[in-house]
Structures are given as structure tokens and as C-alpha cells.
Design a protein around this ligand. Structure first.
Ligand code: 5AD
Ligand code: SF4
Length: 417
């Protein structure tokens, strides 16, 4: 072989090598696109029930759906993937889910390839999850509250059969971002779960024990939101934001978190929900009073104005303590909007005890209240209590409370004229 021959062979080899490398790159980029190719043109819809926590979690589900190639629609009939993110707080919320899932039977018959998923607080209860699987054989995926970050996996796995998974506990997911859907407000979850076990409430059973996100992760997320300059308002979310950080055991507290967030440069306002009166300490009230970025508004559920009922509810504060917090807020933040939640018809609540709720509402003159009829939740302490109140009495009491609330708001409006 001459020197020229060897040069030719080497050149051909080099050309071959370069072609090989490029073709591999091309194939792998095609494969990446191809992963989502089968969902191109496919549409998804998420139907969300319940609190802001669920609304925010649906933003994570939306991100996952879009990553899989689906595009959003607001029409169930044209969706290829229908997701119900459910709420278990009262019976009414559950009944609506059953009705709306049941209504999809015809659609699934006409279009057997659509995927129907039910997830969230309702399906975290194993009995309800099994009931849904039994009653609605056309539902493809049933997940609990701790499985949502892995949603893409279940969509893939559904090809092999129906998917049911309910993890008992789960870490806070820091890996999947959100597709933020609100125009002005960005939700930021700071903790999950609840340790309070109010005797009427299902939340600790379906959301697990309190777990706080690390402050550095929350600050990083908020800095990114502020840098986008899209959102005017940031709302921190947790079942009981005032106990933020207690589980981290590194000195984190809610008031420190609030003041550290306010140090972030940028034009935004900050608010949070929900507070528990037993944990709303003076340092939190002081930070709200001091920081310009924090909106002057607090949602502080009282639930009842009667001490015996508050004790039965395991709320761990008295009417007097609640009123003293209101006094402190009004002294330190005179223009603060205060709103509240109340439950009427808790087991054994007498007419006199209900009147204590009316008198508390009259005394505080809230800027708004939500009034609920007590709804027994399976597995909670109150569900097993003697002296359950009949529906007619609950209705009468809730109407009386709402009437009083209307009068107070009218009075306030007239006073302002
Ligand atoms: N029945 C009626 N209302 C309830 N809430 C929570 N659990 C129940 C129940 N079992 C109300 C409380 C809470 C709000 C979010 O829902 O007032 O603050
Ligand atoms: Fe339920 Fe009470 Fe926890 Fe609120 S604080 S989520 S009412 S248990």
C-alpha cells in the first residue's frame, strides 16, 4: 500500500466517523421529539374542587400534561385526558365529584381511548378510591394526594391496565414546576399537611403530618416569580401557615420567612392562608404591621363562638383568646381586613351555644365570613360523637348566620357612605 492509499483510507474513515456521529445526534433528537409525538393534537382538561391548595396542585398537573404534549381545553367532550382533582372536606364536594365522574360514562363509550383520572383528597381515602373503581369501571387512573408529581408515569402505565396507587406519606416535591394559571397571583406552597386534628376535619387524614419546605427553596421560587415580572401578588399556601418551620428544627419560623421574603427586591405584594388562632403569635402580627409588601388582610377561622364547642372541636383556644388576638391585630394594624370561617350544627351544639357564634360575629364585625353546616367525615372523631344535629336545624342556623353577616356588611357599607 502506498502512502496515498493510506491517506485515502484514513480520509474515508474520518468522513464515515463524522457521518456516524451526526446521524446518532439526529436519531437521538428525533427520539426526544418522538416521545411526545403520540400526544400531539391531544387535549387535556383538569376539573378542580376545593381549596387553593388543590387549585395550585392542578397547576403542577397542568405542567406535566403539557410536557407530555397535551394542550389545554375547557370542553370535556373534546378532551383526550380528563383529570378530576378532588376535595373531601364536606359531603357536598364529594357528591359533586361522583355526579360529574358518572356523567362521563357515555363519552367514554363513544371514545374509549380517552383517559379519565381521579385524584386528590377524596381518593386518598382507600375506601372511596375503591368505591370509585367499582362504581365507575371507565375510570382509568385513581391516585392519592402523594402521587401527583409522578402523574406522567401513570399516564404511560395506563396502556398496561387501570392504575390505582395511594401512597401513605410523601415528601414535598421540589422537582416538577407549575404552569401558573392565574394572571395576577402566583401561589407558593410553603408546607403540606396538618398536625392539629380538629375533630371535624378530614385534612390530617388525607394530607398527612405537617412538612415544611426549606426556606431556601421557597425564597428561590419567589425570586424566580418576581424576576418574571408577571405576577403582582404572591400568596403563600399551607393548611396552617403559622406553624411553618416547626418540623424543620433549624430555627425557621413563619415570621422570619415573611420578613426574608420581603427583602427580595421587586414590585410585589405578599399574602398567605390559612392561619390558626392558636399559632398566630405576636411576632407574625408585628411583621405584617411593619412590612409594606405584606397585604393587610388575615383569614382567621374561628369556627365557633362557644367555649364548650371549641373544646369539643379540639381548637385549643377560647372565645376570649380569639377576641384578644383580634384586639391585638386591630391595635397594631388598624386597617387590617379580617375574615373567618364558621361551622354550625357541630354535634351537641345547643341553640344557646349557636347564639354565642352569632354574638362573636356581631362583636368582631368581620370583613367577610364563610359559614358551613357541619358535615360528618368518615374516620374523624366528631363523626362518632353522640348528639348529631339534624339537617333542618343546621340549615336554619347557617341561614341565620348568613343573614346576620349580610346585615353587618350593609351596616358597614352605610357607615362608609
Ligand atoms: N364540616 C363542615 N365544614 C368543615 N370545614 C372543615 N371541615 C368541615 C366539616 N367536616 C370548614 C372549616 C374550615 C373550612 C376550610 O372548611 O370551617 O375552616
Ligand atoms: Fe383541618 Fe383544623 Fe388542620 Fe385546619 S387546622 S386543616 S380545620 S385539622
Amino acid at each position: 500500500m502506498t502512502k496515498t492509499d493510506i491517506r485515502h483510507i484514513l480520509t474515508i474513515f474520518l468522513i464515515f466517523l463524522v457521518c456516524f456521529i451526526f446521524s446518532q445526534k439526529y436519531i437521538s433528537s428525533l427520539a426526544k421529539i418522538d416521545k411526545n409525538l403520540y400526544n400531539i393534537g391531544m387535549k387535556y382538561i383538569i376539573i378542580t374542587y376545593g381549596c387553593q391548595m388543590n387549585v395550585h396542585e392542578s397547576e403542577k398537573l397542568a405542567y406535566i400534561c403539557e410536557k407530555l404534549g397535551y394542550t389545554p381545553t375547557d370542553k370535556r367532550e373534546e378532551a383526550d385526558l380528563i383529570i378530576f382533582n378532588t376535595c373531601a372536606i364536606r359531603e357536598g364536594a364529594e357528591d359533586r365529584v361522583f355526579g360529574n365522574v358518572g356523567a362521563l360514562k357515555k363519552l367514554k363509550k363513544m371514545r374509549p381511548n380517552i383517559i379519565i383520572a381521579v385524584c386528590g383528597c377524596m381518593t386518598q381515602k382507600e375506601q372511596t378510591a375503591n368505591y370509585i373503581l367499582r362504581t365507575f369501571p371507565f375510570v382509568d387512573i385513581v391516585l392519592g394526594t402523594f402521587n401527583l408529581a409522578n402523574f406522567a408515569h401513570y399516564i404511560e402505565a395506563v396502556k398496561t391496565g387501570r392504575q390505582l396507587e395511594i401512597l401513605k406519606e410523601g415528601e414535598i416535591d421540589e422537582t416538577v414546576p407549575y404552569k401558573r394559571s392565574d394572571r395576577d397571583n402566583a401561589w407558593v406552597n410553603i408546607m403540606q399537611g396538618c398536625n392539629n386534628f380538629c375533630t371535624y376535619c378530614i385534612v390530617p387524614y388525607v394530607r398527612g403530618r405537617e412538612k415544611s419546605r426549606k426556606e431556601e427553596n421557597i425564597l428561590k421560587e419567589i425570586k424566580e416569580i418576581v424576576e418574571q415580572k408577571k405576577f403582582k401578588k404572591i400568596t403563600l399556601l399551607g393548611q396552617n401557615v403559622n406553624s411553618y418551620g416547626q418540623d424543620l428544627k433549624d430555627g425557621s419560623t413563619f415570621s422570619k420567612l415573611l420578613s426574608d421574603i420581603c427583602k427580595i427586591d421587586g414590585d410585589f405584594s405578599l399574602t398567605f392562608m390559612t392561619s390558626h388562632p392558636k399559632d398566630l403569635t405576636s411576632d407574625v402580627i408585628d411583621v405584617i404591621a411593619k412590612e409594606k409588601k405584606i397585604l393587610k388582610e388575615i383569614h382567621l377561622p374561628a369556627q365557633s363562638g362557644n367555649n364548650r364547642i371549641l373544646a369539643l372541636m379540639n381548637r385549643r383556644y377560647t372565645r376570649e383568646k380569639y377576641l384578644s388576638i383580634i384586639k391585638e391585630i386591630r391595635e397594631k394594624i388598624p386597617n387590617c381586613k379580617i375574615t373567618s370561617d364558621f361551622i354550625v350544627g357541630f354535634p351537641t351544639e345547643t341553640e344557646e351555644e349557636f347564639k354565642d357564634t352569632l354574638s362573636l360575629v356581631k362583636e368582631v364585625k368581620f370583613d367577610g365570613i364563610f359559614a358551613f353546616m357541619y358535615s360528618p367525615r368518615e374516620g374523624t372523631v366528631a363523626e362518632k360523637m353522640e348528639g348529631q344535629i339534624d339537617q333542618k336545624t343546621k340549615k336554619r342556623r347557617v341561614n341565620a348566620l348568613l343573614r346576620l353577616e349580610k346585615e353587618i356588611q350593609e351596616e358597614k357599607r352605610n357607615g362608609r357612605k
